[in-house]
Design a binder for this molecule. Sequence first.
Ligand SMILES: [Zn+2]
Length: 331
Amino acid sequence: MAFDAVRGQPAAVDVLTRALASGRVAHAYAFVGPPGVGRKLTAMAFAKSLLCPSAGCEQCPACRKIEAGIHPDFMLIAPTFPEGKTSGTPLIRIEAIRQLEQRAALRPAESAWKVFIVDDAGRMTAEAPQAFLKTLEEPPARTVIILILTQTRELPATVLSRCQVVRFMPLHEEEAVALLQSRGMDEGTARLLARASQGRPGLALALDPAAWLERRELALSILAEVGADGAAALFKWSDTLGRDRGQIEQLLETWWLWYRDLLCAKASGDPRLLIHGDRAAELAQSAAGRSWEEIVAGLAACREAWQALQRNVSPRLTLEVMLSRLALGAA
Ligand SMILES: [Zn+2]
């Protein structure tokens, strides 16, 4: 049935299947958890369970129309670029919320329910939650709204308090590996990406494995080069990458996981604990040449750089500070 495709989220699936079985379906849900663990897949399955005459068969016209986004009682809202543009910050705009309001006020056209999914609901523009609150305060009959969030604090408490919160967790490694293998990855790649995505297989599926390996090579070669050539290499890389916040976030994650592995390598040497298990020998050698303090300071540098980016410090400055801490050993 509809929830069969959802892996590794027994608690969330249990809450939803019990609501369906008892007929006590909430007006609004907040699906909260990290990206790539199946929040949207579960929301789609819930929508099919409500709108399909056979409780989410995946075969009938209703299920197919939901999947294609053309069911009259279903609407999926996601962040969009500013009107008429193909770049910029994707946001959930007030026009989309107004459209949701209008559609929610109508009677269901083909099914017993209407279902609205707001993906990345934390990316609402400033005025959108207020507009949205009206619909939540006086929920139209037979209407279910599902907000997909990473953290509850992404939305005002006034909005969240009107939703039933359903939590989603990262998958266990074996579940993530099995899922990636079922999508055609060989076991070695599936394990590497299951670990690197830290139980968020949706992120691993969005990655091209070759591109991921290339990114790792780039991250490690930057560290090595700055370590060997000092400030000259540091400024070369901050000139090259300093404007690209997305790429710096990806490099940061790679460095963070590398230092995490150094810590594991120094503590136990058991390659099964490593994310970069295919580079166990290199990690062991690198860990042996570093003190505990040095490795822990590297992890702290990565974490603080991440926090700086979240606080909108310029990517270039963040990169320069972090590389000087990681590769030059500067405090
Ligand atoms: Zn169906």
